[in-house]
Design a protein around this ligand. Structure first.
Ligand code: F6R
Length: 614
């Protein structure tokens, strides 16, 4: 959601900024813009639609060469995605250009104040208020950094602001509160961006900023202070993936590439977790075993696909630890006054580590003195930084908007957490935990097998290209898999899709079933699971009403064969681990169907990768 790039150094600012914005396209946006400073004047170009429109605009109406500039991809909140509302916004006096990610909640009163002073606004955005305020501050004689601090102190809400000033051609400044911003540390050049993908081809050294900080970059310096000008704490880090991870590598879509990266992503997330003393080790858990032994409730909080990973986690964690575990959508969590206290362990799951709803849930939980563990894929993101502990998933950058390897690795991290809690609390013997870890170690090869046998699922996509609606059913951990299958189809193929707990079907949704409706059913492993037969009965109920059944079942499951119009075999795994193989065909199906419908799979309409506003 919104991408920001700032650059100062020896190169062409236009080239660096446009390339940076291209690498941030995956975040989701509907207009783009750039501003540079040259010879004491600002030049800006802004276009609604894709970045390509901005590039055409720059060809037709070039801006002067400059080594100092800012750029932005905007996901519209206040005001439609028009050229005028696109960022950067310039102050009326022409002194500053500014881009913004977030929402300025008190913008209406600030706008009224500025209008009363005679400022004429040229857009409907909340952002322009910050640009005009900054223009007024620099005009009064304060330096750019000091002016940005003064503006930041007046703003309420969530914001990353990045600005340039014609009077200070060697600096780009930024302020951050509740929205993402990282600094890229180059040699004789420095970068500001929403995430490291924007500058990874120039440097892998980065600086993580904290809340309420202001940063000034020049070609040779990076200075960070708090909003009052006091010292600020930052954390330098090395990005452990390179440019190739952010390239499509011969695939048509990042999403498809990421689906195929899942065996490695799962293996990397499991790597190094079994210690030399023959026990599960989670180095990043900075909460003492004594504290973990006292926990009497777990609350998992997340959004979207990550929430479904949390639903899988609930089954595993309760089964292995016997600790009551709730799962809650982050945007609902804090507004219902949840019952949490110092004995509650809150587990947040977020691929990006920047999802605003999840972040706010953490803050609420910590205010109630609960301990918070984050499961996150992004080093240096806000959510792990504000948590007591973190388990990093090692999926590498996830660029496709729809989460795939993010989901599978989140599920793996949840299993690790569940087993770790079982170990610490003495709920499982060491050899039981080892047996489960050994089975987890077999999962990358099993996921690979599902990928190798993908043809049947890809063929299905061609058959179903025109269906208006699809149902997904599952029970136990198959239920969140069904929900995830439906979500993938909605967001990529724009087809109405619903996921249901198969046992709920008779309580209403069965009325939806008619001839030709495709129904995907995730069947629990045969023989070892009491729910297997119940799901087989559910399939017969659907078939009896004429629907087409696409059944995902363990290979060799003969019970289910007679009732499956299409049978997708899954490798043999224990029930709790089945989501790691059962989700993959559903990801492939959605990706393929969307491709056949001619949709942009990596950037589906209206969606943003990282949802940084509540
Ligand atoms: C769906 C999807 C979203 C995210 C959700 C949370 O494919 O990707 O539903 O899972 O926005 O994002 P993170 O995990 O970054 O907090």
């Amino acid at each position: 959601m919104c991408g920001i790039v700032g650059y100062v150094g020896p190169r062409s600012a236009q080239d660096v900024v446009i390339e940076g914005l291209r690498r941030l396209e995956y975040r989701g946006y509907d207009s783009a813009g750039i501003a540079v400073e040259s010879q004491g004047e600002l030049s800006a170009r802004k276009k609604s639609g894709k970045l390509a429109n901005l590039v055409v605009e720059l060809d037709e109406h070039p801006i002067p060469a400059s080594t100092h500039g800012i750029g932005h991809t905007r996901w519209a909140t206040h005001g439609g995605p028009t050229d005028a509302n696109a960022h950067p916004h310039l102050s009326q006096n022409g002194r500053v250009a500014l881009v913004h990610n977030g929402i300025i909640e008190n913008f209406a009163e600030l706008r009224a104040e500025l209008e009363a002073e005679g400022v004429e606004f040229t857009s409907e955005t909340d952002t322009e208020v910050a640009a005009q305020l900054l223009g007024r501050e620099v005009e009064s004689g304060a330096g750019l950094v000091e002016s940005l601090r003064a503006v930041s102190r007046r703003l309420e809400g969530a914001f990353t602001l990045v600005a340039i000033d014609t009077a200070e051609p060697e600096s780009v400044v930024a302020a951050r509160r509740n929205s993402p911003l990282v600094v890229g540390l180059g040699e004789g050049e420095n970068f500001l961006a929403s995430d490291v993908a924007a500058f990874i081809e120039h440097t892998r050294e980065a600086l993580e900023l904290g809340q309420d900080q202001v940063v000034e970059i020049t070609p040779d310096t990076v200075t960070v202070t708090d909003f009052d000008g006091g010292e600020a704490e930052t954390r330098p880090y090395h990005v452990d993936w390179d440019l190739s991870a952010a390239e499509k590598d011969g695939f048509d879509w990042f999403m498809r590439k990421e689906i195929f990266e899942q065996p490695k992503a799962v293996a990397d997330t499991l790597l190094g977790r079994w210690g030399s003393k023959g026990e599960l080790v989670l180095d990043e858990i900075r909460i003492s075993p004594e504290t973990l032994r006292r926990i009497d409730k777990i609350v998992i909080v997340a959004c979207g696909t990550a929430f479904y990973a949390g639903m899988v986690a609930k089954y595993a964690i309760e089964h292995w630890t016997r600790i009551p575990c709730e799962v809650e959508i982050a945007s609902e969590f804090r507004y219902r006054d949840p019952i949490i206290d110092p004995m509650t362990l809150v587990v947040t799951i977020s691929q990006s580590g920047e999802t605003a709803d999840t972040l706010m849930a953490i803050r609420h939980a910590r205010e109630q003195h609960a301990k918070v563990i984050a499961i996150c894929n992004t080093n240096g993101a806000t959510i792990p930084r504000e948590s007591d502990a973190v388990i990093y998933t090692h999926a590498g950058p996830e660029i496709g908007v729809a989460s795939t390897k993010g989901f599978l690795t989140q599920v793996v991290a949840c299993y690790l957490l569940g087993l770790y809690l079982a170990q610490v609390r003495g709920m499982k013997y060491g050899d039981e935990i080892k047996a489960l870890m050994d089975e987890l170690d077999t999962m990358p090869a099993k996921i690979q097998k599902v990928l190798d046998e993908r043809q049947r699922v890809l063929d299905l996509a061609a058959e179903f290209a025109k269906v208006p609606s699809v149902l997904f059913l599952g029970r136990h951990v198959g239920y969140p898999v069904a929900l995830e299958g439906a979500l993938k189809l909605k967001e990529l193929a724009y087809i109405h899709a619903e996921g249901f707990a198969a046992g709920e079907l008779k309580h209403g949704p069965i009325a939806l079933i008619d001839q030709e409706l495709p129904v995907f059913v995730v069947v629990p492993p045969q023989g070892r699971d009491q729910l297997h037969d119940k799901v087989v009965s559910n399939i017969q109920e659907i078939r009896a009403r004429g629907a087409r059944t696409i059944v995902l079942a363990e290979e060799g499951d003969t019970d289910v064969e007679p009732y499956a119009d299409v049978l997708i075999p899954l490798p043999r795994v224990s029930t709790l681990l089945q989501p790691l193989v059962a989700t993959v065909p559903l990801q492939l199906f959605a990706c393929e169907l969307a491709t056949q419908k001619g949709h942009d799979v990596d950037q589906p309409r209206n969606l943003a990768k990282s949802v940084t506003v509540e």
